[in-house]
Design a protein around this ligand. Structure first.
Ligand code: TYM
Length: 328
């Protein structure tokens, strides 16, 4: 059995991008491996969050994990902030990270671009993410394409620690879907679909009602052509819709091309909306059941307890190797 860890920031309502890029694989991996899935609340505060909103989104997103099919009997679901070893190992790894490495992170460049005041947390964020992963010595990290560079840094930090303090950390591998690793925004095929976007029409939230989904898909940008064909360079928007279609059905991109050959975008979009609705409706029903049952608090408490067992062992070992005097 391998160890799997991943996390999602409660910085907005989860989207179809999060589901396709990451959560679908969480569900797939839990049957084969030992899994840790966290609500990355310590990461979310690298940009300002309203306390009440953060609390609400943290609980909502944990419930969405379960609604999407993560089984708390198989996987550990927890809040990052409930396992203090994340922050502590984060600091230790920050001291092994160089400014140059952090300056090269494209997510930092994107998020800080044009801002006159940039939080230091946003800058050191990748070291904390490395800590999340290395704390569990995870072998596999299911993520979307945008997290690849952070995973590369994590591997470098694992290697750096190992060469300075003796081999201890496993270099984790990203686990990225073949189709849908980067779901694009519905109004612009060159921008990533983002849960923190201010334009609701640009994303599909997992909790969007069926009619909202239908409206958003019918308004989604397409090119002026009429061909349903996968071509990311020349037809980024249509290609994106095809990826979503494929991931919400059991059809390959080629199956979809053949099905809509010689047809217009209208019918394709109509069917796509129904495929998405059929995927999300059962998830939404489970979500509202979980929220009203109140069981999420117990799931998070149990998950944090299980996670703490491994996290404590790792941190003790790391501190011992780095030369901290034990006071036990
Ligand atoms: P976050 O919260 O931005 O996104 C959560 C997961 O969803 C994936 N994702 C997407 N996949 C496809 N298309 C999209 N448009 C899309 N948008 C988001 C992300 O790649 C991610 O897998 N730094 C992480 C959270 C994190 C983490 C970790 C992940 C913190 N610690 C440790 C893995 C391991 C983040 O900001 O993800």
């Amino acid at each position: 059995k391998k160890r799997v860890l991943s996390g999602i920031q409660p910085s907005g309502r989860l989207t179809l991008g999060n589901y396709i890029g990451a959560m679908k694989n969480f569900v797939k991996l839990q049957d084969l491996h030992q899994c840790y899935f966290m609500v990355a609340d310590l990461h979310a505060i690298t940009v300002p969050q309203e306390p009440e909103t953060l609390r609400d989104l943290s609980e909502a997103n944990a419930a969405l994990f379960i609604a999407a099919g993560i089984d708390p009997a198989k996987s550990n679901v927890f809040l990052q902030s409930a396992v203090p070893q994340h922050a502590e190992l984060g600091w230790l790894l920050t001291t092994l990270t160089t400014m140059g490495e952090l300056e090269r992170m494209t997510q930092f460049k994107d998020k800080s671009n044009g801002k006159e005041s940039i939080g230091a947390g946003l800058f050191v964020y990748p070291s904390l993410m490395a800590a999340d992963i290395l704390l569990y010595n995870a072998d596999l990290v299911p993520v979307g394409d945008d997290q690849k560079q952070h995973l590369e840094l994590t591997r470098d930090l694992a290697g750096r620690f190992n060469s300075r303090f003796g081999k201890y950390f496993t270099a984790p591998e990203p686990y990225i879907p073949e189709v849908g690793a980067r779901i694009m925004s519905l109004d612009d095929g060159t921008k990533k679909m983002s849960k923190s976007s201010a334009v609701p029409g640009s994303f599909i939230a997992l909790l969007d009602e069926p009619d909202v989904i239908r409206k958003k898909i019918s308004r989604a940008t397409t090119d002026s052509g009429a061909e349903v064909r996968y071509d990311v360079v020349n037809k980024p928007e249509v290609s994106n819709l095809m990826s979503i279609y494929s991931q919400c059905s059991d059809m390959s991109l080629e199956d979809i091309r053949v099905k809509y050959e010689g047809k217009m975008y209208g019918g394709f979009k109509k069917d796509l909306a129904e495929v998405i609705v059929a995927t999300l409706e059962p998830l939404q029903n489970r979500y509202y059941d979980i929220r009203s049952s109140g069981e999420i608090r117990d799931i998070l408490a149990q998950g944090a307890q299980n996670a703490s067992e491994i996290a404590t062992q790792t941190l003790d070992e790391v501190k011992q190797r780095m030369g901290f005097l034990s006071s036990k």
